[in-house]
Design a protein around this ligand. Sequence first.
Ligand code: PLP
Length: 425
Amino acid sequence: MFFERAKKVLPGGVNSPVRAFLPYPFFVERAEGSKLFDVDGKVYIDYCNAYGAMLFGHAYPEVVEAVRAQLSKGTLYGVPTEQEVKFAELIQKVSPCMEMMRLVNTGTEATMHAIRAVRGYTGRKKIVKFEGCFHGSHDNVLVKAGSGAATFGTPNSLGVPEDTTKNTIVVPYNDVAAVEEVLEREGNDIAAVIVEPVLANVGLILPKPDYLVSLRKLTSKYGVVLIFDEIITGFRLALGGAQEYFDVKPDMATLGKVLGGGFSVAAFGGKAEIMQHISPVGGVYQAGTFSGNPVSAVAGYAVLNILVQRKGEIYPRLERVAQELSRALVDLSKDYKLPVQVYNIASLYQIFFTDSVVTDYACAKLSNVKMFNAYFNELLKQGVFIPPSQFETCFASTAHLPEDIEYTIEAFDKALAAASMERKS
Ligand SMILES: Cc1ncc(COP(=O)(O)O)c(C=O)c1O
């Protein structure tokens, strides 16, 4: 019923294509901890976690309390606040490359402005991105993009002028030689290399050992700015994100999702030398009515504060949850003799229905999507919600309790049985 109404006012009935799946998505009434409760009274254990944003699960009391306290003081002032400064100071403290930053509202804004800042700083037009990496839905990066763009077969979107995308050079992920060749050939025209340090938008693809180190060396060698898009990996792989986890420091980074604890906030930043080119100190224009608003700032501050104080307990716990789920997927798939690849890093995990190792977008595309859909639909029937596409990643949260995991593993068993049936049909 809701979906019929939704389709009349929203294209496809949704406000973001990744939320659409057949026959129709469920509509959520409320969420708490590890669970989503839909309008028909059904409960789901949630491993989508708002595409990775909810590191502590839903309605986390300390974040809710911080926001509640701010609401009565006003929600948007259009002038600076101490809240946004405190928040930015904390981000700077925990994120290795963030000498200076700008707070924005979404990951899309963050990568768009990071690219503009770097173009302004270098005076160069071209950027290098990797096949399957998703950096939001703005023109420069909708070229061989992952996430919904891969799911719905629109990695190169209509409506994006060729004049824009001709400046975006795309190379395969995990292939050092391919990047080197481009940098060698066109390095003088390239402003930035932008990468998801862990490719989490075409399923989950891990960087080969030393891949990120090689990207760092090559970009330094050719004088090109390295941007880590840490919208997913930031505060998930470690408090300091992929930069800390892999011990590689980019020149610039983008942060989002976990950063806001369920509120709309993202950030881009890095070397002060680059960030000082942003208006009003420099000539790169960037602005936003809602940027750094006090509600998002206090929510994000609460999240980071909790992480700073309890990181020793939180990260190992998240890792254990994702590891246990991944191990169960591997073991159960063996029982059903299914050709699968299961990948896991920190609190991220995903299964691919293919017998070959997945190291890039082309390999990911070989996965059997029909088997994935059978697996997804059975999980949904069992009350376990994962992102509804092979080309997304699953996320553990600190709200997942042992009983959730036990239940999920039983549901995995049934879901892999369904995938096995699909394979035979
Ligand atoms: C790596 C990455 N970058 C950027 C974005 C865009 O973020 P947003 O959806 O907040 O605009 C996403 C969203 O999934 C993402 O995964």
